[in-house]
Design a binder for this molecule. Structure first.
Ligand code: KIV
Length: 267
């Protein structure tokens, strides 16, 4: 089973780290069977599973509920659970309590939180002080959607580039064990990866990060999303609709059920 140390070793050896999101028992089972290195119970849950427009409405209860199902589906996996918006912003005591709940009730090995402001650095220190590994998240942090004015690539101008690079160094100094870099120029992903000891996991951060993460529903073609950074490995939405249509047709025409689907007294 992976630990924070094995991920550090992978970075040192130049072995790419594979992360994918999962939100329930079957997606976790499939991720584990595919041998991914770590599973993220992301708050993208809100958008790809619960149908919200943003991740902001996701609650602690949501992540705990789905995280526990992911743990049941992947008992041996290293699982990271997202801290929902406002679960680590109000007070240090609340931050510590929420992080520990994701470990104890949500089945996670580590928690992830977004941003690199002084308040977020304090949150990282407080959670690490509870002996809980923290994955930071910089660049396009979806919980900042209203402040950013949309889901926009970050760090394109020199000021933004330098700020994110500095935040990356600060989150490492605060004790983060890993960092997700989302929607930033490839050169920034490269410089952060070269200047940190902890592993970097990219999503739209180019080819030079220590690992990659994609949202399960995006890579399998279940979300209708097609951003530039995505490689879509399947179009499962079409496959599912085709088979549901066949089922509906079979019921309507009497093709299903057949005699072999029927219980008889000798069964
Ligand atoms: O919530 C999520 O799925 C994430 C990934 C996009 C990194 O944070």
């Amino acid at each position: 089973m992976h630990t924070v140390s094995t991920f550090n070793e992978m970075k040192k050896k130049g072995e790419r780290i594979v992360m994918v999101t999962a939100y329930d028992y079957p997606s976790a089972r499939f991720a584990a069977a595919a041998g991914v290195d770590l599973i993220l119970v992301g708050d993208s849950l809100g958008m790809v599973v619960l149908g919200y427009d943003t991740t902001l409405a996701v609650t602690m209860d949501d992540i705990v509920h789905h995280g526990a199902a992911v743990r049941r589906g992947a008992p041996e996996a290293f699982i990271v659970a997202d801290m929902p918006w406002m679960s680590y912003h109000v007070s240090e005591a609340e931050t510590r309590r929420n992080a520990s709940r994701l470990i104890v009730d949500g089945g996670a090995n580590a928690v992830k939180l977004e941003g690199g402001s002084p308040g977020r650095l304090d949150a990282i220190r407080a959670i690490v002080d509870c002996e809980i590994p923290v994955v930071a998240h910089l660049g396009l942090t979806p919980q900042s959607v209203h402040r950013f004015g949309g889901y926009k690539v970050q760090g394109r101008d020199d000021e933004g580039f330098q700020r994110i690079l500095q935040q990356a160094r600060q989150i490492e100094d605060a004790g983060a064990s890993m960092v997700v870099l989302e929607a930033i120029p490839e050169e920034l992903g490269k410089q952060i990866t070269q200047s940190l000891r902890i592993p970097t996991i990219g999503i739209g951060a180019g080819r030079h990060t220590d690992g990659q993460v994609l949202v399960y529903h995006d890579l399998l073609g279940l979300s209708g999303m097609d951003p530039k950074f995505l490689k879509r490995y399947a179009t499962l939405d079409e496959t599912i609709i085709t088979h549901l249509k066949q089922y509906a047709n079979d019921v309507r025409t009497g093709e299903f059920p057949q005699r072999r689907h029927v219980y008889v007294p000798t069964d």
